[in-house]
Ligand binder design. Structure first.
Ligand SMILES: NC(=O)c1ccc[n+]([C@@H]2O[C@H](COP(=O)([O-])OP(=O)(O)OC[C@H]3O[C@@H](n4cnc5c(N)ncnc54)[C@H](O)[C@@H]3O)[C@@H](O)[C@H]2O)c1
Ligand SMILES: O=C(O)CC[C@H](O)C(=O)O
Length: 341
């Protein structure tokens, strides 16, 4: 008798693109929902990409994944989101060298408005949505504003890649294992105004005791070089690869969804961009803002870790990234209104 659970339906958009080329295998190997969780994949891309997507599905078949029950391939959001438990919205135009984020806002706002509406109309009411396509925070806001029948808590945006980048930089600088770095997190926008914060960071020593990152590293490094390196890491990848990050993005999407599905480990805090209801750290209501969070394994509730000390430097960084998110929101809404989308 099989020990497998009943299958779940997982929609992935931009399925013919480079992130999904890694991501789909992660899902089918059980790295996101567990080794006993079969999946039906709903793969959405635009009509001109369906040929390439067919190639991806030929490879999915050839992988012979035991957890892959079936897949649906479509260019129609209504079909892609029908009855899905999870939706991972990757499909969007990525930034290439020479493009600025404002170019992306316009290119992608209409996509996320339409997909938000399709999710509200067709997905399960319990659907969990992760927005990856940039500008991820503002795209998520547009999708949730449109998908008004779904709870705001159903929508998240990806800052787990920045979270992973920050941990890796700290581990490298201090010569410790990534797994021993804790309580470092990302505030705000997935952009170069994000605040990679190590002011509460700890390193677990061999004897189980904790050292503070700020006692091990110079504060000039933590507040200057480290922050800039993490803020501009995506741009560094684009400059070097002439393409935006893909393998690391797929890994981060997998980490985000697995953590949301199974809950955070005891004592662990992760970074997720969620709807700000105006009650945490003075962040304005009505933007999608990355906070330090824990996840309740039983309910899947994402809870902001409150009560952390915010010093003057951190406050100035929070203010800056919040201001950018408010500007992005206004620009996206104005664009949607002007273009009657
Ligand atoms: N939040 C993050 O941490 C993060 C990290 C890396 C990349 N990204 C973003 O993820 C997105 C995808 O990156 P990629 O490298 O896979 O890009 P890509 O160009 O390789 O793939 C994007 C895919 O999306 C498809 N697409 C475009 N419009 C669509 C629509 N309306 N519906 C469905 N599919 C659509 C394209 O046809 C393409 O197949 C980009 O916006 C990129 O900037 C975000
Ligand atoms: O467009 C960018 O600068 C970033 C692309 C991507 O979101 C990343 O973080 O790698």
């Amino acid at each position: 008798m099989s020990n497998l659970k009943p299958f779940i339906r997982v929609a992935v958009t931009g399925a013919a693109g480079q992130i999904c080329y890694s991501l789909l295998a992660n899902i089918c190997k059980g790295e996101m929902f567990g080794a006993d969780q079969p999946v039906v994949l709903h793969l959405l891309d635009i009509t001109p990409a369906l040929g390439a997507l067919r190639g991806v599905t030929l490879e999915l078949e050839d992988c012979s994944f035991p957890l892959l029950v079936d897949f649906v391939v479509t260019d129609k959001p209504a079909e892609a989101f029908a009855d899905v438990d999870v939706a991972i919205l990757v499909g969007a135009m990525p930034r290439r060298e020479g493009m600025v984020r404002a170019d992306l806002l316009k290119a992608n706002a209409g996509i996320f408005k339409a997909q938000g509406a399709a999710l509200a109309a067709h997905a399960k009411p319990s659907v969990r949505v992760l927005v990856v396509g940039n500008p991820a925070n503002t795209n998520a806001l547009i999708a949730l504003t449109t998908g008004s029948s779904l709870p705001k808590s159903a929508f998240t945006a990806l800052t787990f890649l920045d979270h992973n980048r920050l941990k890796a930089q700290v581990a490298c600088k201090l010569g410790v294992a990534v797994a021993d770095v804790r309580n470092t997190f990302i505030w705000g926008n997935h952009s170069k105004t994000q605040y990679p914060d190590v002011s509460h960071g700890t390193v677990t020593n061999a004897d189980g005791s904790l050292s503070r990152v700020m006692d091990l590293a110079e504060s000039a490094w933590a507040r200057d070089e480290l922050v800039t390196t993490v803020q501009t890491r995506g741009a560094a990848v684009i400059k070097a690869r002439k393409l935006s990050s893909a393998m690391s993005a797929a890994k981060a999407i997998t980490d985000h969804m697995r953590t949301w599905w199974f809950g955070t480990e005891p004592d662990d805090i992760v970074s997720m961009a969620i709807y700000s209801d105006g009650t945490h750290y003075g962040v304005a209501e009505g933007i999608i803002f990355s906070f330090p969070v824990t996840i309740d394994a039983a309910t899947g509730d994402i809870n902001v870790v409150d009560g952390l000390d915010i010093d003057a430097f951190s406050q100035s960084m929070l203010d800056k990234t919040q201001a950018e998110l408010i500007d992005e929101r206004e620009a996206a809404l104005a664009f949607l209104a002007e273009s009657n989308l």
